[in-house]
Ligand binder design. Structure first.
Ligand code: NAD
Length: 372
């Protein structure tokens, strides 16, 4: 099969969907890899490295004109015009974007949105949300340390003692856990909150303290269980009590990392303007939920701003800031997914009863299969 790897053109996107490692493996499986000239440069991968792995370096048009196109981000209108009708596409295609899926269907693409894979053990090696959120959690702490004008670790010096930074992590999914682990490695004192009570043990095993907000009704308990491992909107009664507890911690914090997301909905507000006003001057908030509107209404997605003396980091593509490792993990996720749809003879076959393929297949034969 002819497999194309174009350069990503979304603003601020430095990742690439294949690396020399995955190119080599696909070539060994009998496929012909066509990588757009310069596709990997922003992720520190040269054309020479791709060529040495067995790829042909081609123009943008040739890469998009392949049987299967590997992308990081959903293609825009100009890119869609370059696809062959009936071509295969795999990438992070925003499965909640109904209009975007409609455009993929109109282009008659058989498209796989990898974000839609179930959070199961079998799907772990192709879980793009996890691989990228993990790096986002790490980079968020790095950005916080960069903008924070004090140190993270406690330091005893001849000139006196420096206190350890107090870090609060709100939302302890994959990104939140990595943020806790990274802040811990830097020596911070950490507290964390999540709607899912099962997270408490994980937070404590990383040496952080869980901010307990007990459930008072069956409705609260049921909502906190979520669906498929994901959070659901919590009842206002619980959110009000959570906000009280969180507000106390945020007022004491030097750094707040927010990561709370609810799939397909705007991010919940966890840090209000009033809470920001109560923070110490020089504190830093890194809002990992910025792409979904942010967990703080003062966050400006895509910008870093100072408000009420607090630095608010609204970076919307944290994985792209560590593009080399992010691409390496993403490319391996894709490679593992392709094993489910590419045959040993070098062709393509849709398995009838594979839950991962069924979940990821968003458009086929001109139809949107999983709208939103
Ligand atoms: P996510 O990015 O969807 O959300 C981040 C976190 O925000 C979640 O932990 C969520 O519970 C939390 N949150 C939502 N609303 C909140 C609120 N009001 N206050 C505080 N926290 C709030 O999460 P994710 O990292 O994608 O993980 C989602 C789930 O999938 C988790 O249960 C995770 O353990 C699970 N998971 C399973 C696998 C696997 O089994 N293969 C892999 C990865 C993740």
């Amino acid at each position: 099969m002819l497999i194309g790897v174009p350069q990503e053109t979304t603003a601020g996107e430095a990742r690439v969907a294949a690396t020399p490692e995955t190119v080599k493996k696909l070539v060994a499986q009998g496929h012909a890899l066509r990588v757009q000239q310069g596709a990997g440069l922003d992720a520190s991968v040269t054309d020479e490295a791709y060529a040495a792995a067995g790829a042909e370096i081609v123009s943008r048009e040739v890469a998009f004109g392949s049987d299967l196109v590997l992308k990081v981000r959903a293609p825009d209108a100009q890119e869609l015009a370059l696809f062959k009708p009936g071509a295969l596409l795999a990438g992070m295609l925003n499965p909640f974007d109904r209009d975007g899926l409609q455009r993929l269907a109109q282009a008659r693409l058989t498209a796989f949105a990898l974000e839609a894979a179930p959070r199961t053990t079998r799907a772990q090696s192709m879980d793009v949300l996890s691989s990228q959120a993990n790096l986002a959690g790490y980079k968020a702490v790095m950005l916080a340390a960069f903008h924070y004008q004090r140190l993270f670790p406690m330091l005893m010096t001849a000139a006196g003692t420096i206190k350890a930074a107090r870090v609060v992590v709100l939302g302890v999914g994959v990104a939140g856990l990595q943020a806790i682990a990274t802040a811990k490695r830097l020596g911070a004192v950490i507290e964390a909150s999540d709607v899912r009570p099962s997270v408490k043990e994980q937070v404590e095993s990383l040496g952080a303290k869980f901010i307990d907000v007990p459930f008072e009704t069956a409705e609260e308990r049921e909502a906190a269980e979520g669906v498929g491992g994901y959070a659901r909107p919590m009842p206002p009664s619980w959110l009000a009590r959570q906000q009280l507890e969180v507000a106390k911690r945020v007022a004491q914090a030097d750094v707040v990392i927010t990561t709370a997301l609810i799939p397909g909905r705007p991010a919940p507000v966890l840090v209000t303007e009033e809470m920001v006003r109560a923070m110490k001057p020089g504190s830093v908030i890194v809002d990992i939920a910025a792409p979904a509107g942010g967990n703080c209404p003062l966050t400006e997605p895509g910008r870093t701003v100072r408000k009420h003396g607090v630095m608010l980091v609204g970076e919307t593509n944290l994985p792209s800031l560590v593009a080399a490792d992010a691409s390496a993990l993403y490319a391996r996720n894709l490679l593992d997914f392709l094993k489910l749809i590419l045959t040993k003879e070098g062709g393509f076959a849709l398995p009838a009863d594979d839950d991962i393929v069924t979940a990821c297949l968003v458009t086929h034969e001109g139809q949107v299969l999983r709208p939103g």
